[in-house]
Design a binder for this molecule. Sequence first.
Ligand SMILES: [Zn+2]
Length: 307
Amino acid sequence: MQQIIRYLFSIILFFSLGSCHAPQKKNTEEITIVTTTNILRSLVEAIAPNEFSVTSIMGAGVDPHGYKASQGDLNKFMQANMIFYQGLYLEGKMISVLEKLNLQIPTREVSGVIPKMLLIKDDDFHEAVDPHVWFSISLWKLCAQYVGDALIEQYPKYTSEIQNNTIAYLAELDELHEWSLAQFSAIPKEQKILISAHDAFSYLGRDYDLSVYSLQGISTLSDFGLKSLKEIGDVIIEKQVPAIFLETSVSDRSILALISGVKRKGYPIKTGGTLYSDSLGPIGSEADNYFSMFRFNVTTISKALKN
Ligand SMILES: [Zn+2]
C-alpha cells in the first residue's frame, strides 16, 4: 500500500513539475543533454558538439536496475533540451517517467536501434533481453551511430561536427576491439571463465569467447540462491577457475558467500579485482569514460585469468 501511495505521489510530483512549477530552462544558448547512466553520458559527450553540455543523473557506482528518479533528477530532466536513456528495461523503475518526459522533451531509447536478433535473451524471464549492450563493441557502434543520427535530426545546424565526432568514435571503438581481442587471446582457453555477481558480461563473453557465470540474473533486483552458489562453486572447483570478480555497482555479498563456500571445500579461490559493470568510475578515476572503463575491465580480467 505504502508503495502505491509513494508511486502516486511521484506521478503527481511529475505532472506538477511538468506544468506550473516546471523549472525554467536556462536562459542561454547552451544546449543541455541529460542521460540516465554515466556510461551513456560518456558516449553522448563524445558525439555531441563541443559547446553542448552533457550530464547524467546517475553518478559513479550507481546501480541502474533499481534506480528511481528523485525530485532533483526530475528537475534536471525538465531543464534538458534532449534526453537519452539506455533502454531494454535497464532503467526499469524509470520507464514511465521517461515515456512521459518524451511528451515534452525529445527522449530517446538508445538500445532500441539494435536489431532483436543481435540481443541475448534472458532464459529466466520470457521475452526479456540482456540490456548490458555496452559490453559488445559492435552493438555499441550501433548505439553511437544512433546517438549521432538523433542529434543531427534535432540539431541539423551541427551536422558536420556530429558526423566527424561519430566517425572518430567508431574508429576508436574498432581499435578498442582489436586491442581487446589481443588481450583475451593471451588467456589459456580452459581458463576463459568469467564469474561475477550479476549477469552484465554476457555480451563480452559472446564477443571474446569467455564462458560467463553469474550469481544473479541480468538484473540486480533478483537475489542469488543457494542453488546458483552451489552450481557455480562446483564449476570453479571442477574447472580450476583462478579468480572471480567483484563489481563496483553491485553488493559484494553474493561473491563473498561464493568465495567462502568454495574455500570451505578446500579450493583456494581469489578475487581477480573489481570490474565496472553498469557504471563508470568517478571523474578523474582510471575508468571515467567508456574507453578507459572497457580497457580497465579487459586488463583486470585477462591478468587474473592468465595465472
Ligand atoms: Zn546490470
